[in-house]
Every structure is written in C-alpha cells, then in structure tokens.
Design a protein around this ligand. Structure first.
Ligand code: NAP
Length: 335
C-alpha cells in the first residue's frame, strides 16, 4: 500500500472536480486493502473506494478521510468446455478486460465495450449497454467487509442486481476485490439495439466479439464525450422506469414516446424527454451543459465546482418533474 496526502480529487475523477483528499491509499493486492483498513481504523477515518472515478461527482471541500484507490491487477482463467470463468483483480480497467476477452474470440462481454472504469466498479452499478448487463456474465465477487474484516464470496443473488444498481451501491463498507465473469466460446451477436442494427445495415462487420466491440467503441465515440478532454461522468441520470398509468398519461399529453418494457414498469429514454419535450439538448448554465450529442450526459468545463454542477443537475431534475411528473434519479454518485 502506498500513502499520499492532500491529493486533489480533480486528478482522481473524470469530472475533474473536487477538493483535496486527506489521504489516498493505493492498493495493489487484497493484503494492501487489509493494511489500508488498519490505517483507516487507527486514524479513525472515514473512507471511500475509487477505481477510475468515472461515475463520481466529488465535493469541493477537503475530504478529511481516506480514498482507497483500487489498483489490484491480475487475470485468472478457468476453462470448462464451452464456458470460461475469468477472475479479474478489481483494479483492472474494464476496457482492458473487454479487449482481452474479445480478442480471444470469447462471447458475452463485447456489447459492453467502451465503458470507462474498473472491473471492480462494474458490479456496483451493474453496468449495461446495448442490451447486455454485467449480471448476465456474473459468477461471483470476492468482497472484503470493512466492518467485520471478513473476506467472502458473493454470488449473483447476494449482489441484488437491479437496473444500474446493486447491494454495493448502498453499502460502502463492502469492498470488491476480485470479480469472476463467465464468457463462452460460442455465441451469437446481440444486435437488437437501434445503433447496432443501423451499423449492420451500413455494412459494418459484426460477426465476431472483437468486431462487435470495435463497432460499439466507434458508435460510443461519436455519441459520448471523450473523458480525456471533457469533464464528465457519462450519463448523469438513470433512465426512468415509470408505471403503466404514468406512461398512459404521458402519451396522452405528448403522443407516441419511445419506451421499453422493464421488470417494474416501462423504461423511457430520458434523453428523449430532455431533447424532444423539454428542448434541453445542449442547455448550458455557465460552464456546465448537457452534451449536444447525448443530453443525458452532463459536461463541466475546466475549473467547475461541485456546487454549480449540483445546482445545475437539480435544475434539470426539477424541469423534468414539473413538465412530466417523473422524479429522475442520479446515476453519478457523490462520495
Ligand atoms: P439508446 O440506445 O438511445 O437507448 C436509450 C434508452 O432506451 C435506454 O434506456 C435503453 O435502455 C433503451 N433502449 C434502447 N433500445 C432498446 C431496446 N432495443 N431494448 C430495450 N431498451 C432499449 O441509448 P444511448 O444513450 O445511445 O446509450 C446506448 C447504451 O449504452 C444504452 O444501453 C445505455 O444504457 C448505455 N450507456 C450507459 C451509460 C452510463 O453512463 N451508464 C453511458 C452511455 C451509454 P438501457 O439503458 O437499459 O440500455
């Protein structure tokens, strides 16, 4: 474990916003995480785990606790007939995991190409894109409970996966150290989402996992901001899931709306509401704005503050509520 003091959260998050963290503890192994927890206990600190900081909006004031920077590396493979179980260290970059799997020609992970962050963060949010969700590949996670010190293995049921949700989002004392995913030697392209189907009609080769991953990255690069240039954490809000009654009253008011069946109701693309109903595509207040190519994405230009971004996001949520009666939830977390 390495210890750094007074490190700016601007350097550790893709929003490039936030104050100083009193301690940053970089962990390269489970033993390092255990050592970090001892350090935290001895100094009576609070702590937060960060991977790549790509789903986080940090506050401006000094964080007096410790940031546990998850950098556990490693890939272990167990092959069983058609299935391949791969255990990744929580600090492996998700994109590296996707590239590794897709380049072997193994199926299951390719639609999730281009998502920023670490493998350890993927179950927290149950990341999903283009009809694939982490939980479909998921076998287990190794979790260190910071309250009890116990190291245990959680299966999918224990993780309580939901839409961009899991037990880990609500229990920050559970630290994900390793993630095991199951991919397969044989598989079929999943090209049902509009953007992928469109790529096929345009002649893009989508016959192998590596080609699908490449196409997904290409599509995302046009639609979502480049994190190395823009201050952003991708989609700021979740797409709302509303009741059938609420959907009926929306269609009565606005006519046909895009919608998709969800487990607990009907999922509506928030980008459609922001763009076509509220006309907020590109809406800006000072240096903070909704991205022109995808209004669900909030972008902050250099030297922005938490307070301003937070106020801007609240304004957007309020506008959505006043117009549609839908309460939208944030996907981005504030540590
Ligand atoms: P999109 O494909 O235009 O989809 C917008 C919304 O419609 C999403 O809620 C999506 O659900 C839903 N949807 C679209 N086609 C669907 C289908 N065939 N079946 C079921 N639901 C469908 O969205 P986008 O903004 O361009 O993003 C593409 C994908 O990447 C989406 O899956 C999105 O969730 C994901 N993504 C996630 C983030 C993030 O930060 N979490 C950022 C960028 C993109 P789903 O959300 O369930 O897919």
């Amino acid at each position: 474990m390495t210890v750094r003091e007074y490190v700016s959260l601007r350097e550790l998050t893709t929003f490039k916003v936030g104050g100083l963290a009193r301690y940053v503890l970089t962990c390269d192994s489970i033993a390092d995480v255990q050592e970090a927890l001892t350090f935290i206990r001895e100094k009576n600190l609070s702590f937060r785990v960060l991977g790549s900081g790509s789903n986080v909006l940090a506050r401006d004031e000094v964080y007096e606790g410790a940031i546990l920077l998850m950098r556990i590396p490693g890939i272990r493979i167990v092959e069983k007939d058609d299935a391949i179980d791969i255990t990744f260290g929580a600090g492996v970059l998700w994109e590296d995991a996707v590239s590794f799997v897709a380049e072997q020609g193994w199926w299951g992970i390719e639609n999730l190409a281009g998502i920023p962050g670490t493998v350890g963060a993927a179950p927290v949010q149950n990341i999903g894109a283009y009809g694939a969700e982490l939980k479909q590949l998921f076998v287990s996670v190794t979790v260190l409970n910071s309250l009890s010190g116990e190291l245990s293995v959680y299966d999918a049921a224990a993780c309580q996966f939901g839409y961009r949700d899991s037990i880990f989002k609500h229990n920050q004392h559970l630290i994900i150290c390793e993630v095991t995913l199951r991919v397969t030697r044989t598989g079929e392209p999943r090209l049902g989402y509009g953007d992928l189907a469109q790529a096929v009609t345009e002649g893009t080769d989508m016959t192998t996992p590596a080609r699908i991953a490449k196409a997904v990255r290409e599509i995302r690069s046009h639609k979502f901001p480049d994190l190395s240039i823009y201050g952003t954490a991708g989609s700021f809000f979740k797409n709302p899931i509303i009741t059938h009654e609420a959907f009926a009253s929306l269609t009565e008011k606005y006519g046909a709306l895009p919608s998709f069946p969800a487990v607990s109701g009907i999922k509506i693309p928030l980008a459609f509401i922001l763009d076509k109903i509220l006309h907020l595509r590109g809406y800006r207040e000072g240096n903070v704005y909704l991205f022109g190519n995808q209004p669900l994405v909030l972008v902050a230009e250099q030297h922005e503050t938490f307070d301003h971004i937070n106020d801007f996001a609240n304004t957007i949520a309020e506008k959505v509520f006043v117009e549609t009666n839908i309460s939208i939830e944030r996907e981005v977390q504030t540590p």
